[in-house]
Write a protein that binds this ligand. Structure first.
Ligand code: HEM
Length: 413
């Protein structure tokens, strides 16, 4: 029977982005077999279901809490598909070519061959190349942390493996939040041009019969690409504002799309935007300017927005390379004393991970660049404006009514 797209993906009409985000990276011990893993996930999912309904296991149903629109999604990474006793073949999108490699000492540290985004120097392991992940979103910090807390408690309580290790440990977590000003740390608006809610987003997100490779059980599943991307704000702030605007492809203050540079090199935005009586692209009336024009000068074709979207249609075809981005900003303590690290938890959903991996690695797109501009003009910190600390690709199975948790049909009985 055809399943449904998992919750936590805001594709449908009326969906509102959540304010809080957490990605939990789960690592089963080496000696946890696939059948045992299924039982553990079942138990974990019962707790998650109860939290979704506002019931905290230790308080019981008479003392419900507001779940704050808690949504939890489960994803399966490349390590899961290394198991040799799964009931289903590996989903089409989880081929090895779609796996983010581990950072190599003294060798190429790019997040993918052909990408200009490199691992930070101090990152020895890509922890997001994982077996299982949980994406937790809610409209309060407590909402997401409660899941982290209760799942940790459950995993502690179920005992140890034969080797004395935790049966599943939470290796790492990445936190993030939505910004109500709809901007990013580089001050520009983000998530503005992002496919229309409803059918257009669904066409990009959901695995469909013509790209499931005959794997019917994956229909209405999707693939998630996650990257934890610090931004070098000092390098960004050293770039003059007009150059920043040309690099992004939008004006900094209004967010209006840029069409060309004038003869003094100043960006020229669409003169109709923003419409009179409004200030920013986010104001009502400016909807038609949210997706930048495909008719721009050659210099503006090098901008981030133009490189990341070549305006190809129809969007349901993977070679349109359109993706549904659902990122969350982060601010965290840096390992350097007294310093902070800020950036974007890049999250995207699409019916084929290659939609994103292609954007990241091809030279007419973002290939060999950390953000945008011309490949021969990357000095002054621009070459390492965006770096990465972790990256992963995950299969997000559909929800089936007769399963205890999404993806259960992949486990042996
Ligand atoms: C920290 C990292 C990044 C920052 C700060 C950033 C920032 C931005 C900004 C300011 C925009 C313009 C606003 C908008 O049109 O929504 C944008 C658009 C976009 N970005 Fe990024 N971005 C980052 C990483 C990435 C990566 C890794 C990809 C990889 C695929 C990507 C793909 C896109 C796409 C597809 C668009 C929309 C282009 C359009 O449809 O017009 N971004 N980004």
């Amino acid at each position: 029977m055809l399943g449904n797209i998992q919750e936590g993906i805001h594709w449908y009409a009326g969906a509102k982005p959540s304010s809080h985000y957490k990605l939990l990276i789960l690592r089963p011990a080496d000696d946890v077999g696939t059948r045992q893993l299924r039982q553990i996930i079942r138990g974990m999912w019962r707790i998650i279901d109860s939290l979704r309904g506002g019931i905290v296991p230790s308080l019981g149903p008479n003392y419900p809490v507001d779940p704050k629109n808690l949504e939890v999604l489960i994803g399966y990474g490349h390590k899961f598909f290394e198991r040799d006793d799964l009931e289903r073949p590996t989903p089409e999108g989880m081929i090895q070519g779609n796996r983010f490699p581990q950072p190599q000492d003294n060798r190429d540290r790019s997040v993918l061959p052909g990408s200009g985004i490199v691992y930070d120097d101090d990152v020895a392991e890509n922890v997001a190349d994982a077996e299982l992940v949980l994406q937790v979103t809610a409209n309060s910090e407590l909402g997401v942390n409660r899941v982290h807390f209760e799942v940790s408690k459950y995993l502690n309580d179920i005992g140890l493996s034969a080797n004395g290790d935790s049966l599943i440990s939470i290796d790492e977590s990445f936190s993030g939040f939505g910004r109500e000003d709809r901007r990013s740390w580089i001050d520009f608006h983000d998530g503005i041009s992002n496919l229309r809610k409803g059918e257009e987003r669904r066409q990009v997100v959901a695995i469909k019969p013509d790209n499931s490779g005959g794997q019917e059980w994956t229909l209405n599943g999707t693939y998630m690409v996650f990257m934890h991307l610090p931004v070098n704000i000092q390098a960004w702030n050293a770039i003059p504002e007009q150059r920043q605007e040309a690099l992004v492809g939008r004006t900094k203050r209004s967010g209006c799309p840029i069409l060309r540079l004038d003869n003094r090199g100043a960006p020229v935005a669409d003169p109709r935007c923003p419409i009179s009586g409004t200030r920013e692209i986010t104001d009502a009336g400016n909807e038609k300017f949210r997706e930048p024009s495909s008719v721009v000068s050659d210099e503006i074709k090098l901008s981030h927005v133009q490189r990341a979207n070549h305006h190809r249609s129809p969007v349901f075809k993977p070679d349109s390379r359109r993706i549904y981005r659902q990122g969350f900003e982060f601010l965290e303590k840096s390992d350097e004393s007294g310093k902070i690290r800020v950036g974007l938890n890049f999250v995207s959903f699409q019916d084929d991970p290659d939609r994103v991996l292609f954007i990241l690695t091809h030279s007419d797109w973002l290939g060999n660049l950390s953000f945008g501009g011309h490949q021969n003009d990357q000095q002054g910190g621009l070459e390492r404006l965006i770096t990465t600390r972790a990256a992963g690709t995950y299969y997000i199975p559909p929800v089936q009514i007769n399963s205890s948790f999404p993806g259960e049909d992949m486990f042996p009985q």
